[in-house]
Design a protein. Structure first.
Length: 131
């Protein structure tokens, strides 16, 4: 289970809306599954169907997490036209099996945020608790 504070939950939805119709992406840092900080990164693909996190910004986020003793709890990205479920590309490009994948869908008027874990091409749902 991933715990996300309400303010961060709102922040990542706003990020998704700001970038739409392009996909947004970022990292959620925290401790023991509890998110404490969101890092919004540039999607270098500038695409509506896929994302790639800026390597420089990713490095900066990792450095900041190191300094604050945070771990990478999740990677988030948005689906601006499809449901909150990993796409084929998401499964293929899941490089961090130990890190949850949070997907913000803007398909419906009310955004849907769900978390998954992708391990060896299998998709597992992960519960999100907004605290
Ligand atoms: Zn996706």
């Amino acid at each position: 289970m991933i715990k996300i504070p309400k303010s961060i939950y709102r922040t990542i939805i706003e990020h998704a809306r700001r970038e739409a119709p392009l996909e947004c992406c970022g990292i959620l840092g925290g401790r023991e599954g509890a998110v404490e900080k969101a890092f919004d990164l540039s999607n270098t693909e500038r695409s509506q169907v896929r994302y790639s996190m800026s390597p420089q910004e990713q490095l900066k986020a990792f450095e900041e997490m190191d300094r604050e003793s945070l771990e990478m709890v999740a990677i988030y990205h948005s689906h601006t036209h499809t449901i909150s479920f990993p796409s084929e590309t998401d499964v293929k490009l899941a490089f961090y099996p130990e890190v949850a994948s949070v997907i913000i869908s803007l398909k419906e008027e009310t955004p849907v945020v769900k978390a998954f874990r992708i391990k060896e091409d299998a998709i597992y749902s992960e519960e999100i608790e907004v605290i």
